[in-house]
Each structure stands twice: as C-alpha cells, then as structure tokens.
Design a protein around this ligand. Structure first.
Ligand SMILES: Nc1ncnc2c1ncn2[C@@H]1O[C@H](COP(=O)(O)OP(=O)(O)OP(=O)(O)O)[C@@H](O)[C@H]1O
Ligand SMILES: [Mg+2]
Length: 298
C-alpha cells in the first residue's frame, strides 16, 4: 500500500490525541534532532505514558518512525496531516486512485462530498535517496528525511504561488484550490500528457495554443516554467494545460532567458519530431517575449 493510501485509511480512525502527537512531530521538522516522547508532554498536553503508547501505535500504523534518539514523521504521517487538513476545510472527503507518478511527486484522485473529482499532488522530494537509506538502514550525513519533507513543503508552496499568479492572468494551468503542507489540491484535468498523444488533428494549432500560454505566463504573470516539455502539458483533444511549476522562476531571474528558450525548444522539438511541425526558435522566442505578434510556423 502506498503512503497516501495508508494515510487515507487512517485519517478517519485517528483520535484527537494522535493528531496532537503528529503535529508535535511536524513542528519538529526543522530541528536537527528527533523528538523524545518525554519532551512532548508540554506541546501535546498529554502524559508521558499516553504519548509512549500512542507513538507505539502510530509506529505500527506506519505514520511515524522510531529512531535511536526519538521519533520522527514518515511520509505517510505527513500525508495524513495534509489529508486531514483538506478534509477539515471540507475540501475533500476521500482519496481515490493514483493518477500519475512523477519522479518527485505522487498524484492522486480526490473526491468531494458532492462527488466531484479533484487531483492531489503530494511532493516526494528525495524519494530516491529515501529508498537508499531504507536499504542501508542508516542516515547519510546531512540528508535527513526531515529536510526532504521541508523541501517538499517548499516545492508545494512555490508551485501553489506560481499557479495562483498564472490563474490570475488567465494562463491555462490547473486552477489550484488549496495547499496543505507538501500537497496541492487542484481540479482534475481529463486529458493526456502530450508524450502519450499519438495523433492530433491540428498539431500546429495545439502548438500555437501552448506558445500563447508560455507567452502570457512570461509577459503577463512574469513567470517561466523552467521544466516545460511534452511531459508537462496536458491535452484533452481541444485545450492544453501547462502543469508542474515547482521550479518556476520569475522573469527577473538571472537565468530567465536560458530557461525560457529551453522550455520553448523542448516543445518545438517535440512537435517537429512527432508531428513534423517546422518552426524557428528565433521567431518563436521573439514571439514569447512579446517582440513580435505572431510566431511563424510552417
Ligand atoms: N491536475 C491534474 N489533473 C490530472 N492529472 C494530473 C494533474 N496534475 C498532474 N497530473 C498527472 O500527474 C503526473 C505528474 O504530475 P507532475 O508533472 O505535476 O509531477 P512531477 O512529479 O513533476 O512529474 P515529473 O517529475 O515526472 O515531471 C502528470 O504527468 C499527469 O499525468
Ligand atoms: Mg511532470
């Protein structure tokens, strides 16, 4: 069972006292050391015996981990905290099936009380290294899972802020609804990433739509994706959405020009390779910068 499934299964069973303990471990994420149960009495307002008992149960449930110097959250524990927060805000009522597994994220379907289907993206920064650690059963110097959780939370914040700004300027991106910890809640887009699209009626028209959105993101919102490719554009047969913005940079960033050109080039190359659409990077990069009004595509 994945950590998100594990978390979803337990969210409804956990008691108020369990959440106090999970939140105490969450508050400890920035610290260098794990928390010892005896040190949690103040922050949880629980007796040491109860804390020990509940930590043991949370460990068996796979939400926390016991280390030589105390306890810490594991991925399912952080997932549970995020899911519970979304549920407490009445945003979701259940977790559905996996939609997409990226290198550094898991995307799941989530369902509202009214039966509307959303997508939740859980950040998994450091996942590959986590596995190595579990195999070796030891910590690599400086690479604590807590640090990756904090980095995952930061990535979610960056993507949330970028998406909010892009939505404001009507760029075609998922209209993000909320962020909790390392997780983003957004509408589920019913389509395929470009790399999985074998045929298109009007590839040139689709390419123009993508470029118009890259241009609007840059000129109006002042944001560059920085990781745009056929893997990060969803196509539903008519419309396109640019997804995956945790590495988004501001147009004032020192590498802005290089990143913008790379984004554009990835897309142009894909459309040439798969659909034979010819274009000139120079023309298109002038277009996305607002130096000309139309990109010349053949
Ligand atoms: N709002 C959404 N609606 C539907 N599917 C989505 C949505 N957001 C993401 N996905 C799916 O989840 C996959 C992973 O999402 P995303 O690209 O944002 O994460 P990622 O971890 O950065 O992926 P990678 O690192 O492999 O590029 C996407 O390829 C897509 O299939
Ligand atoms: Mg992606």
């Amino acid at each position: 069972m994945s950590s998100a499934d594990q978390a979803a299964k337990l969210v409804k069973q956990l008691e108020r006292e369990d959440w106090k303990i999970l939140h105490a471990l969450e508050r400890n994420l920035p610290a260098k050391e794990d928390v010892q149960p005896a040190k949690m009495t103040k922050t949880t307002d629980l007796f040491a015996e109860e804390i020990e008992f509940r930590l043991g149960r949370l460990e068996r449930d796979g939400l926390v981990m016991r280390n030589p110097n105390g306890y810490s959250l594991v991925t399912a524990g952080l997932d549970a905290i995020a899911l519970n927060a979304f549920a407490n805000r009445d945003l979701i009522s259940a977790l559905g099936k996996p939609i997409g597994v990226g290198k550094e994220s898991d995307v799941y379907e989530a369902i509202t009380e009214a039966g509307v289907s959303y997508a939740i993206k859980f950040y998994r920064i450091g996942r590959a290294s986590f596995r190595a650690i579990r195999r070796k059963r030891s910590y690599l110097a400086g690479e604590s899972p807590r640090r990756w959780f904090l980095m995952s939370i930061e990535a979610a914040k960056t993507e949330y802020n970028a998406l909010r700004k892009l939505v404001e300027y009507s760029v075609s991106v998922p209209k993000v609804i909320a962020r909790e910890r390392h997780a983003l809640l957004m509408p589920r887009i019913d389509g395929d990433i470009l790399v999985n699209v074998a045929e298109m009626n009007d590839p040139r028209g689709v390419l123009l739509k993508i470029l118009a959105n890259v241009r609007a993101a840059y000129l109006k919102a002042g944001v560059i994706n920085g990781d745009l490719s056929e893997y990060n554009v969803i196509f539903d047969g008519t419309d396109v959405w640019l997804i995956d913005w945790p590495q988004a940079v501001d147009r004032s960033h020192p590498n802005a020009d290089t990143l913008l050109d790379r984004d554009v080039l990835n897309i142009l190359r894909f459309f040439k390779r798969r659909f034979g659409v010819e274009s000139s990077l120079e023309d298109v990069s002038f277009y996305v910068r607002g130096w000309r009004e139309t990109p010349s595509l053949l």
